[in-house]
Every structure is written in C-alpha cells, then in structure tokens.
Design a protein around this ligand. Structure first.
Ligand code: NZQ
Ligand code: ZN
Length: 386
C-alpha cells in the first residue's frame, strides 16, 4: 500500500423524506444562494421543498448551470454571490450543479477576479485560502461530487478538473426519492461513471492494499447487481439505495487511498464530451473495454483479480479469464442500453484525429498510473472502438 492522507469532512444525510433537516444543516442566520441546473429541480418540486425547509432565511436562487458547467455561467454566479454578500451555497442537482457550486464557492472568495486561474492546476489543489461553505442536495448518483473535493469545468471548449479541500461539501442530502425522475439514460450513465471511478483506482498494479481492493470489488459487484435493477424498476428502493451509495463510495477517497491511480479513461472521455457533447458516464463506458484490452500486459495481475473476484470467472487460462472479464464488462454496459462504438456517436477518423489533437494541446500526453500511455496508444484505443 502506498502512503496516504485521508481527509473527508462531508456529513452525509442519507434516506427518504429528510429534506426538512436542511433547517438544521444550514446555519440559521445564513444568506443562502440556492444553485440549480436547467429545469429538473424546479419542475419536480425539489426547489420548493428546499425553500420550505429553509424558511426564515434570506434566499436567492441561481439557476441555469449547464451539464458540463460552463466557466462564464459560474463566474456570473460568483459575482452575484459577492455583490449580494451570500454566505452559504446550496447546490440542488447532479454532478454539474455540485461541481459548479464548488467553483462558485472558491471564486466568491477570490479577490483577483481571475477565476479561470483555478483551472490550471490539474489534480493538485487550487492555491486558495478561503471559500464559501456549501451543502448539496444530490439528485443524480454518478460523480461522487457530493462527497469529494473536486469538480470539472468547461472553459474555452475544454474540460478542466480542479480540486480543493475547501470545496468539500459541509453536508450532502442523498434522498433516493429525488432520483426517481431521472431518465433511464441518466441512470445508465451514472452506473457507468461510478463503475469506471472504481476501475481507475483499482485496475492498476497490485500494492497489496486488501481493504481498498475488497471495498472496490464490493462496489463493482453492487453496481453490477443493482444498477440494472434500478434501471428496470423505478420502485425498487433497496436497489436504488445501494446504487446511490455505490456511486458515492466510488469517489469519496476511501477506495483510492494508498492506491496507484490511472484516470486515462476519464481524460479521453472528457475530450469526447468536449468535442462531441456525449454525456460523461457514457464516454467512459464506450472506451473502457478497449482501454483494458490495450493495457492487458500492464494491468495483467489486477485484470486477473478483477475477472476472478468481480466476475467470478473460474474456468480457463489466466488470459482467457481476462478476455472473458473484459467482454463481460462491455456486455454489462451494453445491457444498460449504452452503445459502445464511436461510429454510433458520429465520431469517424477525422473525429479521432480531433480528439487526439486536442489532448495534445491540453498536454495530456503521458497518461496512466505510470505515465506511459502516450497519444499513439490513445489513438489505438479509439481506432479499436470505431
Ligand atoms: O439541468 P437539469 O434540468 O437539472 O437536468 C439534469 C441534466 O440535464 C438532469 N438531472 C439531474 N438530476 C435529475 C435530472 N433529471 C431528472 N431528475 C433528476 N433528479 O440530468 C442531466 C445531467 O446532469 P449532470 O449533473 O450533468 O450529470 P452528472 O451528475 O453525471 O454530472 C456530470 C458532470 O460531473 C463531472 C463531469 O465531467 C460532468 O461535468 N464529473 C465530476 C466529478 C467529480 N466532481 O468528482 C468526477 C466525474 O468523473 C466527472 O468528471
Ligand atoms: Zn467520472
């Protein structure tokens, strides 16, 4: 196991009918900016319930945070938060709203006004010293944003991750009922995103981290069991709760502590979203199997462990077990209704050139847990996915 620091201060409030507890979770004298996305949070009544729970406080609303939230929108929100002396942010939505609100929280305390500078630090923390406190009402299980310190912002047509311990939500309410209005493809994307979050932190090389490995395998098995049930049956509350907690556990730091981490699939996927607008989780599902196939030699030991412990494959040689596990992973995504070839999404050879070219511009030229995944290999992965 590698050395690690583990820090996660987010209070999780999990369960049905708990929105009224916002009254206790948000300070009594706070001036609150409620942030949300396009229309779902209003249309399905969540904003109304949030407002009722926060009665007595001064509330302002900022809506219109897009999927893959845009820098300009968030900068505008931060300027309003400053001008209105907002002292608490409450995100009501999916990963985009939660990520966007983390960015607003940092920007609202950034006196320079050059908020874009927070986006150029990669996975290193933003050099910020203060942020507005924020809470979340999470409506889409997928990103883990409700319990982590990261976000991804679209700036100049590119996706930039940012991190800061100041961006951890103070609390996140995870009410499974709020996710019942999700369209099926968003559930499928959420299962895929959570699955690949685990894979990025698990499927590297062995470091004998038994707890992290077994937790990761437990989360993957739960997603395989309960993702499809949640997709098929809107009323299976047990499956839905297990799916939601899997998505949070997949990226709250627990399974990744002391582990080598990959993130290649995410870096390629972000470019597919930036250039083609394909939803985040879906991009990952499209390419993951071919990342695994291309990286069989480097990931051999963990792929075998994945085959035996996650897919329970016992027959065949080691290589046969690995091949079966990769095929099963791809078939799993297909069973969720996700088509896993690029042509289906209108990405042809010229599109592959564009994706690889943009990754080069972004400096994403040495990916993977060992930094040996070059753009030639990215191209091979994409060509194999045609
Ligand atoms: O905008 P509204 O109208 O609210 O509709 C949203 C949006 O169109 C809708 N939605 C959300 N909750 C709903 C609902 N519709 C019906 N009922 C509900 N309960 O779903 C659509 C997609 O929402 P979005 O927030 O964009 O999806 P997701 O949660 O998948 O977030 C994706 C973003 O998170 C980033 C991605 O890059 C992307 O920008 N990520 C953030 C991470 C993190 N913070 O750690 C890690 C991830 O790897 C990921 O990169
Ligand atoms: Zn993701």
């Amino acid at each position: 196991m590698l050395d690690f620091d583990f820090y996660n201060p987010t209070h999780i409030v999990f369960g049905q009918d708990r929105l009224a507890e916002l009254d206790v979770l948000v300070p009594e004298d706070a001036k609150v900016m409620i942030t949300y996305g396009g229309e779902s949070a209003k249309k399905y009544g969540t904003i109304g319930k949030v407002r009722d729970a926060l009665e007595g406080r001064t509330l302002i609303e900022f809506g219109g945070i897009e999927p893959n939230p845009r820098f300009e929108t968030l900068a505008k929100a931060a300027n309003i938060a400053k001008a209105e002396n907002v002292d608490y942010l409450l995100a009501v939505g999916g990963g985009s709203v939660m990520d966007g609100t983390k960015f607003i929280a940092l920007a609202a305390k950034d006196e320079s006004g050059e908020y874009q500078n927070m986006l150029f630090h990669g996975f290193a923390p933003v050099p910020a010293t203060d942020a507005l406190p924020l809470g979340c009402v999470a409506t889409l299980p997928a990103t883990g944003s409700e319990m982590n310190m990261g976000g991804v912002i679209t700036y100049n047509g590119q996706k930039y991750p940012f991190m800061s311990p100041l961006a951890f939500p103070k609390f996140s309410v995870l009410d499974p009922d709020l996710t019942k209005t999700l369209p099926k493809e968003q559930i499928a994307n959420g299962v895929a995103d959570a699955f690949v979050h685990v894979i990025e932190q698990y499927l590297t090389y062995p470091v004998n981290a038994k707890v992290q490995d077994r937790l990761a395998e437990g989360v993957l098995k739960t997603l395989i069991e309960d993702g499809p049930v949640t997709l098929a049956d809107n009323d299976d509350m047990d499956a839905r709760k297990n799916f939601i907690w899997s998505a949070t556990m997949a990226l709250n730091g627990t399974i990744g502590a002391g582990m080598p981490q990959d993130w290649s699939t995410h870096m390629i996927g972000h470019e597919m979203t930036a250039q083609y607008g394909i939803a985040h989780g879906r991009t990952l599902a499209i390419i993951l199997a071919n990342v695994m196939r291309e990286r069989k030699a480097q990931k051999h030991a963990k792929l075998l462990q994945f085959a035996e412990r996650v897919w329970d494959i016992t027959d065949g040689t080691d290589d046969e077990k690995i091949d079966q596990a990769i095929d099963k992973t791809e078939a799993f995504f297909n069973s969720l209704g996700i088509v896993t070839n690029l042509t289906h999404y209108g990405i042809d050879d010229a599109g592959i050139d564009k994706i690889v070219g943009n990754m080069e511009k972004m400096g994403l030229t040495a990916l993977s847990e060992t930094g040996d995944l070059t753009l030639d290999i990215v191209r091979k992965i994409l060509v194999a996915t045609k």
